[in-house]
Design a binder for this molecule. Structure first.
Ligand SMILES: NC(=O)c1ccc[n+]([C@@H]2O[C@H](COP(=O)([O-])OP(=O)(O)OC[C@H]3O[C@@H](n4cnc5c(N)ncnc54)[C@H](OP(=O)(O)O)[C@@H]3O)[C@@H](O)[C@H]2O)c1
Length: 272
């Protein structure tokens, strides 16, 4: 098995940098994708209450030959699970659906107006009670991170945000690094919408890799965790096959100039 890149969270827990995102896959298709991914070598699975597939993800993990301790499982509280008591309840529901003794990483899915502070306090309790190995946030752009710093007693381990060469923020990356928070890139492949970019294709040709592999490798070399989604076995393999080459400093820098502020998902700042 190839050696994959991992990182250490600010509480000392090891997390693979590359994982499988499981948004928009359901039923048997979701179980198969996770089963295939684990067989290929993926060890991080990123789901959410909102994805309505926690039961299938849990089944796939239990049915796989990979020991649970070797898998890093993330789920997230949905927007209707915000607030202190509500978040504690939502966590129980997710745990039951996943049928997991523990969850590795629990994320606040969106920085919901008014309630995000209470939600974070519930997360801190779950962490202190050792129900989760790590807690973190998603979609926390700078204003949300600054606000969180005012009341958090536990610093988030991870901030999962939309992050690609086409939506690149050096400022956000540095702010996370300064706070010892791992930035995790969601929709890292821009859902395929930039694979026809000539600048990207040129770099891909040079390394004899695909545009998807170049984008994923770029994230990994930045120390950014990345969670591409696919239900297709060939693409699962392709997206995992990024540990046998290295982008040069010049090509890394070039990819960092591709920014177009191009977003797939809603801008979290609209939640302010
Ligand atoms: N925290 C948040 O708010 C948030 C928001 C969005 C996403 N996420 C997480 O991030 C994960 C990934 O993001 P995403 O699903 O939005 O988008 P993505 O990973 O950028 O792209 C997935 C799309 O690209 C296709 N694809 C995958 N690999 C490919 C390849 N090598 N070549 C060509 N096409 C390929 C997939 O189709 P097939 O499946 O048909 O292969 C799918 O349509 C999600 O699954 C979820 O876990 C989190």
């Amino acid at each position: 098995m190839v050696k994959q890149a991992t990182t250490f969270l600010n509480n000392g827990i090891e997390m693979p940098l590359l994982g499988l995102g499981v948004y928009d896959m359901y039923h048997q298709e979701a179980e198969n994708a996770v089963g295939n991914a684990l067989e290929i070598g993926y060890r991080l699975i990123d789901t959410a209450a909102m994805y309505e597939n926690e039961v299938e993800i849990g089944n796939a993990i239990r049915n796989s030959a990979v020991p649970r301790k070797d898998i890093f499982l993330t789920t997230k509280v949905a927007n209707d699970g915000h607030g202190y008591d509500n978040a504690l309840r939502a966590f129980e529901v997710s745990s039951q659906k996943l049928n997991a003794d523990y969850i590795d990483l629990y994320l606040v899915h969106w920085p919901l107006k008014n309630l995000r502070k209470d939600t974070w306090k519930a997360f801190e309790r779950l962490y202190e009670e050792k129900r989760v190995r790590a807690i973190g946030v998603a979609n926390y752009l700078l204003p949300f991170l600054h606000e969180l710093a005012e009341y958090a007693t536990v610093i988030p381990t991870v901030n999962q945000v939309e992050f690609t060469p086409y939506l690149f923020s050096e400022e956000l990356l540095q702010a996370c690094q300064k706070r010892n928070i791992i930035l995790q890139a969601y929709s890292p492949l821009v859902r395929g919408k930039r694979f026809d970019d000539k600048k990207l294709i040129e770099i891909a040709k040079k390394y004899e890799k695909t545009p998807a592999q170049i984008i994923l490798r770029w994230a990994i070399q930045l120390g950014v965790s990345t969670i591409p989604k696919s239900v297709k076995i060939e693409r699962l393999k392709e997206n995992f096959d990024v540990f046998d080459f290295q982008l040069s400093e010049q090509d890394m820098a070039k990819l960092c100039t591709f920014n177009e502020n191009f977003r797939i998902c809603e801008n979290p700042l609209d939640m302010l």
